[in-house]
Ligand binder design. Sequence first.
Ligand code: NAP
Length: 497
Amino acid sequence: MLDRTAKDWQALAGQLEIEGRAFINGRYTDALSGATRPTVNPANGKAIAEVALCGIEDADLAVQGARAAFDSGAWSRMAPMDRKMVLVRWAELIEKHADELALLETLDVGKPISDTVNVDVPSAVRTIRWSGEAIDKVYDEIPPTPPDTLALVQRLPLGVVTAIVPWNFPLSTTAWKLAPSLATGNSVVLKPASNTPLSALFIARLAAEAGLPDGVLQVLPGPGGSLGKHLATHMDIDGMTFTGSTPVGMKLMQYSGQSNLKRTFLELGGKSPNIVFADADLEKAATMAAVAVFYNGGQTCTAGTRLIVEEKIMDRFLEMVTAKAQGWMPGDPLDPATAMGPMIDAGQCDTVAEYVDIGRGEGAEMLFGGQRVLQETGGHYFQPSIFAGVNNAMRIAQEEIFGPVLSVIGFKTADEAVRIANDSIYGLAGAVWSNNINTAHKVAEAVRVGTMGINNYFGGDITVPFGGFKQSGNGRDKSIHAFHDYTELKTTWIEFA
Ligand code: NAP
């Protein structure tokens, strides 16, 4: 796959059949209003396809279909081992279409093709296969009740769930939501981000082909502010799972409270600390400090955007990280050699440029990058950028920029490093680098985040839960723990005569 050149991928792109219609009750369908909106390739600003612009009436139709499917029991009461087979078949079909899907994701998101081929598509396949394979191996409980009684504690599906997802990892986030919610027997109404609806629409057809009954998975592209809000306040939706920004997550909690208290699980923003001690393997730490912030153009919730470095190695380590940043200059996402693509859109690129100005204004030193580039392509590219001399109180250390901008902060003691790391409204992820197991473990334990790496960044796989502390959210994607977000606990108490 990756022996293809940019030209090969370009040629394949010309042959792609792109589906932009909504997927409701087992088939593709236009929005009832007939409205569409183009989805744009961030690498060149050109429209890729027209996509259905669904509204409130489409949402009601989809929720009705999802409810009918749930009540029919065709999926919700299917034996877990049969649900497993459908999900495993679905994963296999996605794998079979891996190249098309990777290409579609690259065109829609601007992600480098090497990432979509090696990371996004395999991650979606693994997530769906793993959740399918796990679901018939999870047991309910019989608690230690008194003699002549028997209690059953069962996990039952919530019912109809809405999943609202962002544009930065559209396919893998969609899989993180769909795999456990479907495995546990729910019907799901998915709203992809307006910028990136194509991969979700593509895999919906494959789910039907794998045997998912009609209505169990509905995919509705459309605007968050109207369609998303309608789903979030819908009285016939029982659960809501969201990945996106903290401000929108806060609204969703309110929508839940203002409607029917639907169970609401949020995966939100971050400003993750990456702490480097002088005794670490500095070469590896420097390589991964660049990966942590520049991967996916910094448009990653877990991006290691605050590099917290022991002062005695500061100058040397800054030189090393700056050298690594040279390897992250943005380029054509269809070129397999490209490590970083464009920002998702002009607005995101403007935000990054504004934060670069803010950082300069706050007195931080721009050590590398700081410019838009490749503007002649029509795409929205920004250089990998490094600010030194950052104080953790600065806005560039506190606010999520969601771009390739690193803020480097110094520390003298382990306690100070922990204090800086925890001085954030967020608590999503982080890492510590040290060859002293005591230092590494104590610091890792003290940093208040959902995922912490020791001598790695972005570590983890489908077997471990993923989610945030503090304003980074309250749900958990991945692993058996994800099943909990999509189920209610039910007790049946039996007394024998
Ligand atoms: P966003 O603006 O919060 O949008 C996320 C989704 O919510 C989109 O589908 C959006 O629709 C929809 N939406 C917007 N306003 C809504 C409303 N009032 N009611 C219901 N839905 C609404 O986030 P984004 O810019 O797409 O993604 C970037 C953010 O996601 C970052 O903050 C990042 O940290 C976070 N993120 C977190 C994780 C995690 O696991 N913790 C993972 C990835 C990303 P439209 O597209 O139509 O606006």
